[in-house]
Design a protein around this ligand. Structure first.
Ligand code: NAP
Length: 341
């Protein structure tokens, strides 16, 4: 590659007051230094945009630092090594890493992971990456589903939710998912094979809809949404139900929200446990083995929504909050090819 490499990257321009908007992002160009010993330059092919990034746009202390104003944003990405000063990586290797939101990244080689498998590289941003691990760890370690039980999962057609729903089926559970469109509902029943779907945009009373879909009550609720979904799940919960709290996207933009019935968690002895996926990295190899096998056997199907063009990354992120994605929301850069068969 040429001595002077230009990286196009998104910086945080301002912090959103409510829903994130394009004006919160700024596209800038930066000259990259040549890699020093132990560094590599990666040309990104796929960028991940994820709901948790909304939390990083707020200046508050959390499990991960906030994005700084006028500083580069980051996140999961997959790319090709374009220059290497590390013996473990060769030019042309495909790697996953965390310097997303840019087309060209100069990173420490130890922060990258080589992708050797035959699976499409972007699947390491979806079912074989952090969303898949969140589903696997949250459902199995915290939800502890048993055959014959009823599992309810919100945002069921999303990156995390779709994997949760299908693992719960594999474990012999009856699975109910909620989603916000008829197309997604169809994908969940026809492709993912789950038992019942609630289109929450088409019901007036989510608790009533869930009671009807789960006449025997809910044993595990995998929460991706919070608010009215969590409230309905508490109403439907059986005694000693388990609720892995993975995300509450209905509240990320500051909307006031319940649950107003949290006291019922006491009566019903519900276990509500929040978790962060990185607490469960110890499960990584089990997760890769199991989910990899389930995908190859066709027991876990996955889908993705691809937004083309690096400059469209902010729009892809904004669109997560209006449900424009089915499966993993991805940004494909010009050089990437979808290698899915
Ligand atoms: P995703 O489900 O692929 O995308 C977000 C989906 O949320 C949208 O497609 C939309 O689907 C739904 N949604 C958006 N706004 C909503 C609202 N106001 N009310 C109800 N549904 C809404 O995203 P993901 O990456 O799989 O993440 C799912 C959840 O898991 C998020 O809350 C995320 O923060 C969380 N997460 C947590 C961890 C962790 O470590 N704890 C790790 C990964 C993800 P519909 O059209 O179906 O409404």
């Amino acid at each position: 590659m040429s001595v002077t490499a230009i990286s196009r990257q998104f910086h945080l321009a301002s912090r959103p007051g409510g829903a994130p908007a394009l004006e919160n992002f700024k596209l800038v160009e930066r000259e990259l230094d040549a890699p020093s010993e132990g560094q590599i330059i990666v040309r990104n092919l796929w960028l991940s945009v994820d709901p948790y990034m909304r939390g990083r746009m707020v200046d508050r202390s959390s499990y991960i630092p906030p994005f700084g104003i006028d500083e580069p944003m980051d996140g999961a990405a997959v790319g090709i090594v374009e220059a290497s000063k590390d013996e473990k990586f060769a030019v042309g290797d495909t790697v996953s890493h965390f310097a997303g939101w840019r087309d060209l990244a100069l990173i420490e080689a130890r922060s990258a992971t080589r992708i050797d498998s035959a699976a499409p590289p972007q699947s390491y941003l979806g079912p074989l990456g952090i969303p898949g691990l969140a589903a696997y760890a949250g459902l199995l370690s915290i939800g502890e589903p048993k055959a014959g039980e009823t599992v309810f999962v919100s945002a069921a057609a999303g990156a995390v939710g779709a994997v949760v729903a299908q693992i719960a089926r594999i474990k012999g559970c009856r699975v109910i998912g909620s989603t916000g469109s008829e197309d997604k509902a169809r994908w969940l029943t026809d492709e993912a094979g789950i038992d019942a779907v609630i289109n929450y945009r088409q019901v007036n009373d989510l608790s009533a809809a869930l009671a009807k879909a789960a006449p025997q009550g809910v044993d595990v609720y995998f929460d991706n949404v919070g608010g009215d979904h969590l409230e309905a799940a508490i109403n439907a919960a059986n005694d000693f139900a388990r609720f892995p709290l993975c995300g509450m996207i209905a509240q990320y933009n500051g909307e006031p929200s319940g649950p107003r019935n949290i006291y019922r968690a006491i009566e019903k002895r519900i276990k509500l446990q929040g978790f962060i996926v990185t607490d469960h990295l110890g499960l990584w190899s089990d997760f890769q083995r199991d989910v990899g096998q389930w995908i190859s056997e066709g027991k876990v199907k996955w889908t993705e929504t691809v937004v083309d063009g690096f400059e469209n990354a902010p729009q892809a992120f904004v669109d997560l909050f209006s449900g424009k994605n089915t499966g993993k929301m991805l940004v494909r850069l010009a050089d990437a090819e979808d290698s899915r068969a």
